[in-house]
Every structure is written in C-alpha cells, then in structure tokens.
Design a protein around this ligand. Structure first.
Ligand code: PLP
Length: 388
C-alpha cells in the first residue's frame, strides 16, 4: 500500500477549484470566458533572458550543475538580499532550488520533524497545508480577517504558537493582496522568538508592492538566525516555467538543505542558472517593468469599484490579485463564482478555495489586459448589484 504520508497529500486546492476547471472546460468548448482565476503573468519571459539561456545551453552548459547552485548565482542572490535587508549575506547563506515551491518543501523539511506542528496563515496559497503534510508535519491554520486588512493579529499568533515548530508567512500575500505592516512584523518576530519558532518567509511577490513597504523578517533584530526566506524568479521576472528559486538562511541550515537537495532535486539546470544571473544583473528596473501592468490594473480595479456597495475591494497593497468582498450579496464565494460564470462568462476563484478566512470573497487575478479587466470588473459589480 502507499505510505500514509503520501496519501495525506491533497492535490492542492479544495472543492473551490471546481469553478476553475469548469471555466477552463467552457473556454475550451469555445465560449468567450474571461479567465481571472490563475496567478500567472500574461507576458512571457523577457527575450534577453531567454537569449542568455540559449547562449548558455548552446555554449555547452548542459551537464549537471552544482547541487547547491553556481557560485555566481548564489553571490548575485546574496547581494540582492543584502541590499534589501541590510543584513550581511553571502553565498554560504543561499541554496538554489527549482522554484519557490521546492523552497517551501525544503524549508519545512529543515524546520519540522515528523509530527511537529507547522503554522500557516488562512487564507493561504493553495499548496501550503499539503506541503506541510508532505514533510510529515501537522498543519495548523491561523485565520486572519478582512476586517483587519488580513493582517495576522499578535494574540492569535500567540495562541496558536504553543508547541509549534514553524510559522509560514507570505507578504505580499496571495490571495489577499495584504502587505504586512511594521506592527504585524513586530508581532510575528516577537512570537517567533518567544516560542522558538522557525519563520519561513515566502517572498515570491516582493517586487509587487503597491502600498506600504515590504519588510523581510531577516532584517528584524534577532530574526536572521531563525528565518528562512523562500523566493524565486517566477513572479519577479515572469519565469514560472524555468523553475528557479532559492532559500536564504543561516549557513548550517542552508548546508543541510543542500544535502536534502542532493537526494531529491539534484540541482537546477545550469543554463537556467545562467539566465537567472543575467536576469538579476538587470537590476530593479527590469523587475519594475514586469510588475508595471499589475500596478496599472490595480488602479483599474479600484476605479471600476469606486462607489459600489455590493462588491468592495480589500486593500490591494501588493501581488497580482484583487480580493473582492461580496458579503453584501449574502452569497458565499463559491455560489457567487458559479453564478458569475454562468451569467457573465467570467471565471474567478471563490475565496473559500484559499481557506475559511476567504469566506464571502472572490479572488480576481489581474492577469488579462487592461481593457478586458476593466470590462470584467464592471460586469462583476453590476452582477453583484442584482443580487443585493
Ligand atoms: N508562493 C506563493 C504565495 C505563490 O503564489 C506561488 C505561485 O503561485 C508560489 C509560492 C510558487 O512559486 P514558484 O513558481 O516559485 O514555485
């Protein structure tokens, strides 16, 4: 029989994903469905990055790469993190992994023994509880509320932290769009130190901040030694398919994760690493160019919803999603998303597909062009108004 550990891993989402699959099937059958479900940029990887990848591969860099990652890439990542956090960071603090998801898995492996409790914030990115179960740990959700701007509250963290091994946070947040403010980060830091928790900080949206400032916990006093940053070039450089990311943490943990990678992923393609070095060498201007459409579309969503009562946008402080509050319609996210798909041919994710904290909301991925997005959001608002 299969191990209980693997049988316990769910596919990722909950029943809420049924709306996504239905929208996909309708579109495949030729219906003009506007898909606002998935978190993937509508542009591809920049041509110059692909050229660097091609040059590297055709230049012969097609063999095994160093499992820990190439020196130049680790140095480039370390420099990026040091410049953002002010904390001395060297290649010894960096292990290269095939994407942020692989980083989440490896970080929990490093932080949790089988049976340990791993905390995460609900609403959450779909893979979180399954990733925790996949390493044999036990997920424990800490619910955040739209009424607090989806910021984790210190007393809730304190209450949940008893006996736990790790806390996973994600700011800027998918699905809520929250960027954790200084108070929230202070609370998180205090609770992690008080309860001796590892803090796993998923920062894949750190280049997409529209309001406030992204604070990496590595920069907070006493936190560098207990923080594992997980990041990737998926969102910052539209490189989702290249599978390239990293963990930054204390050198001994990074070394241990390198040992894990030796028995698991066995490194990342050398030509992808070379492309990543090139991508990072372009600096923040390239990251801003990739983020710019979302900054624009966020404003489009806010403008389209101004003065609307049936549907309201939660603060869209970061990332590529708008979490819309549809509680005034009296519908739950799932019935709303299903009815919207039937009536308007617009696919959105029910808030509940990201956990109970998402109830009464829908998530709109701002991943279609500006005009279609404006049209879709106006139609969502008009549809909601008919349901109040
Ligand atoms: N973390 C969050 C919050 C995400 O939204 C995603 C992808 O959507 C990931 C991690 C995984 O990204 P990667 O492509 O780097 O594995």
């Amino acid at each position: 029989k299969m191990s209980s550990r693997i049988q316990n891993i769910t596919a990722g989402g909950s029943d809420g994903w049924a709306v996504y699959y239905r929208a996909r099937a309708m579109k495949a059958a030729g219906q003009p469905v506007i898909q606002l479900t998935m978190g993937e940029h509508d542009i591809g990887t920049d041509r110059a990055i692909l050229d660097a990848m091609h040059r590297s591969a055709t230049g012969g860099n097609t063999g095994y790469a160093l499992v820990v990652g190439n020196d130049d890439l680790r140095a480039a990542v370390a420099e990026r993190i040091e410049s953002r956090t002010g904390v001395p960071t060297g290649p010894e603090n960096i292990v290269i992994l095939p994407g942020g998801q692989a980083g989440l898995f490896a970080a929990h492996h490093a932080a949790c023994d089988p049976g340990d409790t791993a905390l995460f914030i609900d609403p959450y990115y779909a893979t979180y509880p399954g990733t925790i179960r996949a390493v044999g740990a036990v997920p424990r959700a800490i619910k955040v509320s739209a009424d607090n701007g989806f910021q984790p509250q210190r007393r809730d963290l304190e209450e949940a932290a008893e006996g736990a091994s790790s806390l996973l946070i994600n700011s800027p947040n998918n699905p809520t769009g929250a960027v954790y403010d200084a108070d929230t980060m202070d609370g998180i830091s205090a609770v992690c130190q008080h309860h001796d928790l590892w803090l796993i900080s998923d920062e894949v949206y750190d280049t997409q901040v529209w309001e406030g400032t992204h604070i990496s916990p590595r920069a907070l006093p006493g936190m560098a030694k207990r923080t594992l940053i997980v990041n990737s070039l998926s969102k910052s450089h539209a490189m989702t398919g290249s599978r390239i990311g990293w963990i930054c943490g204390p050198a001994d943990v990074v070394h241990a994760i390198h040992n894990l990678a030796t028995h698991n992923t066995y490194g990342v393609a050398g030509f992808v690493q070379d492309a990543a070095v090139f991508a990072l060498s372009q600096g923040t201007a390239a990251e801003e160019a990739v983020a710019a459409p979302f900054r624009r579309r966020r404003q489009i969503v806010l403008d389209a919803l101004a003065g609307q009562n049936a549907v309201r946008a939660a603060p869209i402080s970061g990332a590529m999603y708008a979490m819309l509050d549809i509680r005034a319609t009296g519908m739950d996210g799932e019935s709303f998303a299903n009815a919207l798909l039937d009536a308007e041919l617009i696919g959105v994710m029910p808030g509940e597909s990201f956990g109970q904290g998402g109830a009464g909301h829908i998530r709109v991925a701002m991943t279609v062009d500006d005009d279609r997005l404006a049209d879709a959001v106006r139609r969502i608002a008009a549809f909601a108004a008919t349901r109040v």
